[in-house]
Design a protein around this ligand. Structure first.
Ligand SMILES: NC(=O)N[C@@H](O)C(=O)O
Ligand code: NI
Length: 167
């Protein structure tokens, strides 16, 4: 099968906007002091979409590290709800996405390197690769949907998309 190498981009709110939200305490988001000034609230960072008859739930995913270079051969989507990952283990991780809609070709994929202080929220239906932890076993807080209906579609890619070793 054909292979292609993917470029790895730094994760930013702007670059990730077609796919969902970046969850980070950035000066670019609305923030304000609470608790008498003891605490700063970085407000309303992600749109959690529990979908029809759904309920937003909080889980922890404990991911085994992926070896690089990594061969992306499949993608998935959640057609009924959003899915957010917030890193808990102080390490960077990889995010692979493609726009919602028709199943992606390997050339449609975008790869982002997320810092340990950045979470992501995949908008409903956005294609993504399952969790890609790096370097060590890492925990992630996950906010996604529980409810009736089929909420995970998987597709095999038309080519193998290789994520190179990142610095
Ligand atoms: N299957 C599952 O809950 N995990 C995936 O959705 C994922 O994006 O990691
Ligand atoms: Ni998922």
């Amino acid at each position: 099968m054909k292979t292609l190498e993917l470029a790895v981009e730094p994760l930013s709110r702007e670059a990730f906007a077609p796919f969902g939200d970046v969850i980070e305490a950035s000066e670019a988001v609305r923030h304000f002091p609470i608790n008498g000034g003891n605490t700063e609230r970085y407000h309303d960072l992600a749109s959690i979409e529990p979908g029809p008859e759904g309920r937003a739930i909080v889980s922890i995913f404990r991911g085994q590290p992926r070896a690089l270079p990594f061969r992306v051969e499949m993608m998935e989507r959640h057609p009924l709800g959003s899915q957010a990952f917030i890193p808990l283990s102080g390490r960077p991780y990889l995010v692979v996405v493609a726009p919602a809609g028709a199943p992606p070709a390997a050339t449609d994929l975008r790869v982002f390197l997320a810092r340990a202080d950045q979470g992501v929220n995949y908008r409903t239906g956005v294609w993504h690769h399952p969790l890609l932890a790096l370097d060590a076993v890492c925990d992630f807080l996950v906010v996604d949907r529980s409810g009736p209906g089929h909420n995970c579609d998987e597709v095999q890619l038309d080519a193998v998309a290789v994520i190179p070793t990142v610095a």
